[in-house]
Design a protein around this ligand. Structure first.
Ligand code: SF4
Length: 492
């Protein structure tokens, strides 16, 4: 992608939704004619160019405005492999220019009333407020230049309803919001595990799987339509877990909701007693089944979701500013991707998630320790490992074919050749070899600094969880063996 952007853009510039005055239409046309070719501008009306190294982030097919997703690679965008990842470009240029700290500011979702419109008018009006004389005087003096510039562009970038910043906001409550948080605060090395939501409306297998896994883990995750493929909702599964006496983690993907839907959904979840949330942008429909849903923009993404949900809980306000009489209560988590884009880029993205409100991470799949160490080291350098609990994502491999698929087709996953060869040469003992690989990996990682537990994602192999947790020596301190424990830990 050239530095100068007359090259074809992947997404057309937006047009205003409502009719504009002649004067405004003229201003919009001039702004589009200049910023389009120069910056690849999509005319979102909520300009971020200064924060994104003068590359328009709105070319990201997920509409991300706060950094690269977990599928970002140096070569291409995982949603559309015919184009590079625009966020990788932005981070690469910002680090090159020494402006990476500008990337830490939590940036707002689009104000759709402004989309397709101009931003120069906002800049003009804000400069009028500051006073043109003051502005030019302040810009002439290198001492006052940064704050003068910020006095105009800050309010344009950060509207009153958002007030994003680059600061850490500690959770504003005392007692742990959930059992999972209580265990982590108590210093327990925890295991959480996924149970796959059913494809149909029947819950008998779901109830069985929850009952089987419950004694072995601190909490059970329910995914939210992974790979943009519809299945039973995470909220329904989380409620089923609560009714079964288990501790649920409700995953919530921004992909399928607007800012209105997200706020309503978490209020409902909190009202039902669901106390752990995992905030995700969500897999793009591009990797889901046809006919595909809307692909080129999302209303909010995971960083923005964390910001909104933290303020609902800690400040008792909705995004629109209305006060909440009974604010929701939950322990907020986010996904992290040690192997996407570059470790220092992902570490900055994770730093931003912690500032926005993430209290724990459940990482994407890990199959080796070298890259994991670099990522943890990057987080340590950013002084955030004391502000977030890190649970390492592990999926036991059932076969060479599965390992191959994970490495080649799942965004943000790297399986070393050594593991691929072991499985390829294991013949009909593949599954057992996969279990041994998992146990060895857990053994290597559990002693690493900054790691507070594991998040098992058994991908429809829930039966293996009791054996892995037991053989890895990770049983919860208050473990009570179920009657069929010996059966459960054999084979799997
Ligand atoms: S890889 Fe992710 S962040 Fe990068 S352009 Fe694609 S969707 Fe956006």
């Amino acid at each position: 992608m050239s530095k100068f952007r007359p090259a074809p853009r992947w997404q057309p510039a937006w047009r205003p939704f409502q009719s504009e005055t002649l004067g405004n239409r003229a201003l919009i046309a001039v702004e589009r004619a200049f910023k389009g070719p120069v910056y690849g501008c999509r005319m979102c009306g909520n300009c971020l160019l200064q924060e994104t190294a003068f590359i328009c982030p709105m070319e990201c097919p997920k509409g991300l405005r706060n950094g690269p997703c977990g599928g970002s690679t140096p070569e291409y965008c995982y949603v559309d492999e015919t184009r590079p990842c625009v966020w990788y470009e932005i981070f690469d240029r910002a680090f090159e220019m020494g402006r990476e700290d500008k990337l830490l500011e939590v940036l707002p979702p689009l104000d759709w009333e402004k989309v397709g419109g101009e931003t120069w008018g906002d800049v003009f009006r804000q400069t009028q407020q500051v006073g043109f004389g003051n502005f030019f005087a302040g810009m002439r003096n290198p001492q006052t230049r940064p704050q003068t510039w910020e006095s105009v562009f800050g309010p344009v970038r950060q509207p009153d309803w958002w007030q994003g910043d680059a600061e850490y906001h500690a959770p504003a409550y005392e007692e742990p919001a959930s059992e999972l948080e209580r265990r982590l605060r108590a210093g327990e090395f925890v295991v959480t595990s996924e149970v796959a939501p059913p494809m149909g409306a029947g819950t008998s297998k779901l109830v069985r799987d929850i009952a089987m896994i419950k004694p072995y883990v601190a909490a059970i995750n329910f995914t939210d339509c992974p790979s943009a493929t519809p299945r039973m909702s995470s909220q329904a599964c989380s409620l089923t877990a609560l009714q079964g006496g288990a501790e649920p983690v409700m995953q919530i993907a921004a992909r399928d909701r607007t800012r209105v839907g997200v706020q309503a959904e978490v209020m409902g979840a909190s009202g039902l007693g669901i106390r752990n949330l995992l905030c995700l942008s969500g897999d793009s429909p591009a990797i889901g089944p046809a006919p595909r849903s809307r692909m080129e923009v999302v209303d909010i993404e995971s960083v923005q979701m964390l910001w909104i949900l933290r303020r609902m809980r800690d400040e008792g306000i909705y995004l629109d500013g209305r006060k909440i009489k009974n604010p929701p209560m939950y322990f907020l988590g986010a996904a992290a991707s040690p192997y996407a884009s570059r470790p220092e880029f992902q570490a900055l993205r994770e730093h931003k998630k912690v500032n926005a409100g993430a209290q724990y991470f459940q990482t994407n799949l890990v199959y080796e320790t070298q890259g994991l160490e670099i990522w943890l080291d990057s987080l340590a350098k950013r002084n955030i490992l004391d502000k977030v609990y890190v649970l390492i994502g592990i999926t036991p491999l059932k076969s060479y074919k599965m390992a191959r698929y994970m490495n080649d087709d799942v965004p943000g996953v790297f399986v070393p050749d050594q593991i691929l060869e072991r499985l390829e040469n294991a013949g009909d003992r593949e599954k057992e070899e996969g279990v041994q690989i998992t146990l060895e990996l857990i053994d290597k990682i559990k002693g690493m600094g900054g790691v507070h537990g594991f998040h098992l994602m058994p991908v429809m192999w829930e039966a293996i969880v009791p054996r892995i947790v037991t053989e890895a020596g990770l049983l919860p301190p208050d473990f009570a063996a179920p009657e069929n424990h010996d059966e459960l830990i054999v084979g799997g």
